[in-house]
Design a protein around this ligand. Structure first.
Ligand code: GLU
Length: 448
């Protein structure tokens, strides 16, 4: 950590000691604390109230057993998590991730980032996250259903419209949320729509929620470019991943005149110099649940690089939209060398701290995940608003709201970076803007 004061460094050391082995959580904490030195100097109240120490300690951490049986009758035991991190601004809000890599350290890094991201949206939502080390990939619908029912049987004790409102993340989409909502409804005998977001459109979901994270990330990049009198028009873009975020990032880039030439999954990446055929990708990934390499069966001119490094493809805009730490220092150097001018993080913490430094030092516009990908959770909050008023808004109305929210987030980050003497540093700006909102609320609410 660079600009960190000795006092903040001590807090960081304590976090590491109290949460051993949780490396992703340490990384997320270091990144935020690194931005707070000047804030603590300028506003000594935060230190007096021990806000940083309190914000780094989750309000509640829940770990539970999730037993279920597969189609052959074999029994499996997974582990479920929900970390209710901070509720100063509203009920805990954040997704559930189902992936074999999930353990407490991943859930805590995501939950910690979610506090600041949610604060940036300006909407009344606290921060939380959850998930399981269960991987739905390759499982039948019935297996996924049994897992989700078992998971929700325990989770249902801890959530609620005014308490904690989960949603999707990696491995959790409409199918999983449907099974979980069904089980919650059955157990509680309540059609409590706002207990989960990302719901299907026929049972309480919001238009634009599916598209929101990707669309929002592109809007954020567009705002950064506007500050430089530039735009996405004619830009070659590299997007990683091929899930919900990557697909709708690609769609919005296309709408704004850019051209996406890559997508990827854990097997490798595809390169289509003519621009990705998004309808085909939607069919393969959203409907048939297939691998991205199958794209090349339909477009012979496109290439699939098995195990290849997607960041070797020259592009002007890079949008890492797969997972944490997918873009490292070497990748960042390669992107800069190949003419990359802007990066928008669609995923959570996809760039390593060393990679981030390369971008900042090279003057590349860098939109950090907690600001750039906040459109997803912001639209979840809009879903909660519609549920509360038993209303459903049109696509256009909802998308306009999302666009306005992304513009505001960009503005808040930009202004905070200026106020604290680092114009254009959106990392500093987002951390400070998010932190101050939560910190001020925590002070008002007293020592709780
Ligand atoms: N998992 C998403 C995120 O990282 C969305 C969370 C939500 O909609 O609650 O922000």
């Amino acid at each position: 950590m660079s600009t960190i004061t000795p006092k903040i460094h001590d807090i960081y050391k304590q976090v590491v000691a109290r949460n051993p082995g949780e490396t992703e959580f340490h990384q997320a904490v270091a990144e935020v604390l690194d931005s707070l030195g000047q804030v603590i100097e300028k506003y000594p109240d935060y230190a007096d109230h021990k806000i940083i120490e309190r914000i780094c300690e989750p309000e509640r951490q829940i770990i539970f057993r999730v037993p279920w049986s597969d189609d052959k009758g074999n029994i499996h035991i997974n582990r479920g998590f929900r970390v209710e991190f901070n509720s100063a601004l509203g009920p805990y809000k954040g997704g559930l991730r189902f992936h074999e890599s999930v353990y407490l350290g991943i859930v805590k890094f995501l939950g910690f980032e979610q506090i600041f991201k949610n604060a940036l949206t300006g909407l009344p939502i606290g921060g939380g996250k959850g998930g399981s080390d269960f991987n739905p990939k390759g499982r039948s619908d019935n297996e996924v259903m049994r897992f989700c029912q078992s998971f929700m049987t325990e989770l249902s004790r801890h959530i609620g419209e005014y308490t904690d409102v989960p949603a999707g993340d990696i491995g959790v989409g409409g199918r999983e949320l449907g099974y979980m909502f069904g089980q919650y409804k059955r157990m509680t005998n309540r059609y409590e729509a706002a207990v989960l977001t990302g719901k299907g459109l026929t049972w309480g979901g919001s238009l634009v929620r599916t598209e929101a994270t990707g669309y929002g990330a592109v809007y954020f990049v567009d705002e950064m470019l506007k500050m430089k009198n530039d735009s996405l028009e004619g830009k070659v873009c590299s997007v990683s991943g091929s899930g919900n975020v990557a697909i709708y990032t690609t769609e919005k880039i296309n709408q704004l005149g850019g051209k996406v030439v890559t997508l990827s999954d854990s097997g490798g990446y595809i390169y289509d110099e003519k621009g990705i055929d998004l309808e085909l990708v939607k069919q393969l990934k959203e409907i048939e649940r297939r691998r991205i390499k199958d794209y090349c069966d339909y477009h012979k001119h496109a290439v699939f690089k098995q195990g290849g490094n997607i960041w070797e493809v020259p592009c002007q805009i890079a949008m890492p939209s797969a997972t944490q730490n997918e873009l490292n220092e070497e990748d960042a150097k390669m992107l800069v060398k190949n003419g990359c001018i802007a990066v928008g993080e669609g995923a959570n913490m996809p760039t390593t701290p060393e990679g981030t430094k390369v971008f900042l030092n090279s003057g590349v516009l860098f939109g950090p995940g907690k600001a750039a990908n906040a459109g997803g959770v912001a639209t979840s909050a809009l879903e909660m608003q519609q549920n509360a008023s038993r209303d459903s808004w049109t696509f256009e109305f909802t998308e306009n709201k999302l666009h306005g929210i992304m513009k505001n987030i960009h503005k808040a980050c930009y202004e905070q970076a200026e106020e604290f003497g680092s114009p254009g540093n959106y990392i500093l700006g987002s951390n400070i803007a998010g932190f101050r909102k939560v910190a001020d609320a925590m002070i008002s609410l007293g020592l709780i």
